[in-house]
Design a protein around this ligand. Structure first.
Ligand code: FES
Length: 636
């Protein structure tokens, strides 16, 4: 039989195939990767390709007219339903009759690329753990009484090549009913090529996953298209465990003091995620049952409580977690309101205080693939630090206290409407300009959103501006040389008025007191000293790049943070805010099994440094309590 040349672009795969082979068969033979959910039955439309005469010419091959079998009516209909012109064909239906060149669009490629822009641009192959297969089975007859499950597996093996596949028990229980009611045409969802986790009637398009970042304060969800890797919807909520305490330690204490303490905290987060699932799927007219897989990151305490593991081990030296590797757990085991058989992948943790959220940050930012010496800071109640490059990576956790989240500050509050987030102080007059979250205007008495307190980024700016204006001296004391009606002596010592009573919703002045300055000094001292210890361990004296992760990192002014010495000096243009990198890591793990592997490897490779036992920590901490001379502050 004749053979003809087939060229696939953009892969450039080229070769001779037998006349009469389908383009899908030709692609498999020549090593091109075309999507095919229905196994070549002409149902899913995923294998649509464009026939391009021009491409053929560029390969020096002549167009000879009828190079493919003509489309049947069903094929033409399906293509036009998908809005594709007559230049397109279903690769599984078009048979090769002559030399032909085929362009495989991104949407029809099995290995798609996700382009990520962060501090460096990179592409990640989209390879989710789940994949759908459409099957048409022949029903049993008196002469063929093969059981339903064996019938299904045999057809799946035949059409997909998957050999060792099992079925989730909950799915098996419904199998017989679904097969018969769907006239033996079903779509299977297969997890990691080895377990059938769903059987749906007919052909079902689209697969969705949910990435969840469980923070101590907030929970963020990202609903993703598992075929393209794109985020389709996002949602967030306050962590319902807040009712049991604002920080990790108070929640762990709750589990120790109350007989049902762990159960209550676990229920709170599981129910909270249930609400998040409903609201996020509702944004796209989907249901919780449409979620095919979920990934989760969180600090070690949130990780343990979500998994219903006793977190007490995290509060007692030597702080060894119950488990550090990644886990795959069924939704039903966790009590989540997803399909019972849905897999929940929990990323690994690094050490007692450095959790799966930090692993998420690592796989999002990939410092282990960079030449540059990078410091990544994730600031929450704890400051988590990762420093290094492709050669070596260290991590540490410093007890910064909750000052940067607005707690322990007299007028501190979380970053919410009414929180002062920006502050400027005139060096001569000591007059203050401030801006609150929820209003674009700098303070006006008539503003509709009045100040209610100061959030973490506002505290940093206020203190940095007070240093710049000479109100706070190098050691942290208030200057006695300056005179201003804003400088007052309160019960606990000197304070500076940031907002007058008539500019606030509280009916009283909002101040920054000497105690607040102390809290900032302690927090920044811990952070700075932690970074210095890691630099010593790596034998370096400078950093090429600083990455600020987390919500706080997104709002904080890097110039002000550098000015108070929150972290070692670095050129301001080399300090980047990357937003919720932990959540981004959860999304990447959701859409890429390669990223899961990377997470597992890097969690074991990164070296944990326990700062409290480092001999020089105290020395650096004391050194870092003072305020460096500011040089790069900007004007409003
Ligand atoms: Fe499904 Fe071609 S593989 S239509």
């Amino acid at each position: 039989m004749n053979r003809h040349t087939v060229v696939f672009e953009p892969s450039g795969k080229k070769g001779d195939v037998q006349e009469g082979a389908t383009l899908l068969e030709a692609a498999h033979e020549l090593g091109d990767d075309i999507e095919s959910v229905c196994g070549g039955k002409g149902v899913c439309g995923k294998c649509s390709v464009k026939i391009d005469e021009g491409l053929l010419a560029s390969h020096g091959i002549e167009w000879s007219g009828q190079v493919l079998s003509p489309p049947a009516d069903e094929e033409a209909e399906l293509l036009s339903r998908r809005g594709l012109s007559s230049e397109y064909r279903l690769a599984c239906q078009a048979r090769v009759l002559g030399d032909v060149a085929v362009f495989v669009p991104e949407a029809s490629r099995r290995s798609r690329q996700l382009i990520r822009k962060s501090t460096i641009e990179r592409t990640i192959p989209v390879r989710p753990a789940i994949r759908k297969y459409y099957l048409e089975l022949s029903p049993p007859t008196l002469s063929d009484v093969t059981a339903d499950y064996e019938r299904l597996i045999t057809e799946l093996r035949r059409s997909s090549g998957l050999e060792e596949v099992i079925i989730d028990y909950a799915v098996l229980k419904d199998l017989s009913h679904i097969l018969r009611s769907a006239d033996w045409k079903v779509t299977l969802t297969v997890w990691k090529g080895r377990e059938i986790v769903r059987v749906e009637p007919g052909y079902v398009d689209g697969s969705y996953g949910l990435a969840v970042d469980i923070g101590t304060t907030t929970v963020a969800g990202y609903l993703c298209d598992l075929q393209t890797g794109e985020v389709l919807a996002t949602d967030g909520m306050l962590n319902p465990q807040m009712a049991y305490g604002e920080d990790v330690i108070s929640r762990i204490s709750h589990t120790m003091k109350e007989p049902d303490g762990l159960a209550g905290l676990n229920r709170a987060i599981v129910d909270g995620i249930g609400e998040l699932v409903v609201s996020i799927t509702g944004q796209l007219d989907l249901t919780p049952g449409d979620i095919s897989e979920m990934t989760v990151v969180g600090n070690t305490a949130m990780h343990h409580i979500f998994l219903n593991l006793d977190p007490v081990c995290l509060a007692k030296s030597p702080f060894a977690p119950t488990v550090s590797g990644s886990l795959d757990v069924k939704a039903r085991e966790l009590g989540l309101t997803l399909e019972q058989s849905t897999n929940v992948h929990v990323l690994p943790v690094e050490a007692g205080f450095v959790g799966a959220d930090n692993v998420g940050v690592l796989i999002a930012e990939e410092p282990y693939n960079q030449e540059e010496m990078v410091l990544i800071i994730d600031i929450g109640t704890n400051g988590e630090l990762v420093m290094g490059s492709r050669d070596r990576l260290l991590c540490a956790s410093c007890a910064t206290g909750p000052a940067f989240e607005g707690a322990t500050i007299e007028f501190g509050m979380r970053a919410a409407p009414g929180a002062i987030e920006r502050v400027r102080i005139d060096r001569e007059s000591l007059e203050v300009q401030f801006k609150v979250i929820g209003s674009d205007e700098w303070n006006t008495v008539s503003s509709s959103v009045k100040a209610k307190g100061i959030c973490g980024s506002g505290v940093i700016e206020a203190v940095a501006e007070m240093v710049k204006a000479g109100i706070i001296e190098k050691g942290g004391r208030f200057s006695r040389k300056l005179a201003s009606s804003r400088l007052i002596t309160a019960e606990d010592g000197p304070a500076f008025i940031i907002a007058w009573a008539n500019e606030t919703a509280l009916g009283q002045d909002i101040t920054v007191s000497i105690e607040d300055v102390r809290a900032v000094q302690l927090a920044k001292g811990a952070m700075y000293a932690g970074a210095r210890i890691l630099m010593d361990r790596l034998g370096i004296t400078g950093l090429d790049k600083i990455i600020l992760a987390g919500a706080f990192g997104s709002y904080v002014s890097k110039e002000h943070a550098l000015a108070i010495g929150l972290f070692p000096q670095c050129a301001p243009e080399k300090v980047y805010s990357v937003g919720n990198a932990a959540g981004e890591g959860a999304r990447l793990a959701l859409v890429s099994v390669d990223k899961r592997r990377e997470a597992e490897q890097i969690a074991r490779k990164v070296e944990y440094v326990e700062l409290t036992v480092e001999p020089r920590f105290h020395e650096y901490f004391i050194e870092a309590l003072s305020f460096p001379v500011p040089s790069v502050l900007s004007k409003p």
